[in-house]
Design a protein. Sequence first.
Length: 280
Amino acid sequence: MSAVNDRQVFRTSPVFYFVLAFSISWVVWMVPLLASRGVLSMPGAVQIGLVVLGSFGPFIAAYVSLYRDGGWPAMRDFAKRSLRYHIGWIYLLAALFLVPLIGLCAAFVYARLGGPTLALAMSFAQIPLLFLVLFLVGGSVNEEFGWAYAIERLQQRRKLLSAAVILGVIWGFWHLPLFFIVGGSQSFMPFFAFLMFTIGARVLFVWAYEGTGKSILVTLLFHTTANLTLNLFALVDRSPQRDERGFIAFGCLTLVAAAIVALTSRRYRSALQPLTDYSL
């Protein structure tokens, strides 16, 4: 891979990247999936560790692909994007507060429909440490380097909005094995609502990524606050009743926010990116 003003020339097929990312994650996740269903005997802590390990599939696949594209220089240059901290106030505020605000609105709607009373599910004092944990191993670092690489590939032959929506769908289906792990967070969520969330969230993430000159840091922050939101508000019902309305509201409102951004952002009204040839 070579780069001129962040326009990259790729030598690795996007199919190679996605197959590798899915394969790494799904193979690792199959172990805790089977353990959660009694097929294998394994301590719960080990299952959680394997879930976290499997979530690094996109990260690993991205750097394998980058090495194929341009060796160590390509890997180094890509990693530097996570250090781009000049991201602009509008994107910083969006990354830190937009998804929690959506979660607050969803929790309000859920409460009006008969769900839990609107309130924070944790104290403010607990938020900083949880934020740090979620940032490092809760999905942000694990995934966002990979999805940043993926959006670069997908927008080679299509408009940015189309690429973002496609990646949102792929991102949702990448999580699919987690929905079959008994007791896991995803097992309490309706998949269609989760897919609405991943599509909407990815449109927001890509908007910020492009608007900040391809800063991976802004997507790391966005991803972290998205995960934090599900800890701040009781949107996922883990009781035997499995009331799904809270998370459905969250997915719908995320999609609405993404639609507003897509309709108003100049980033999403841009023309097709120049075509780039690639081979396996």
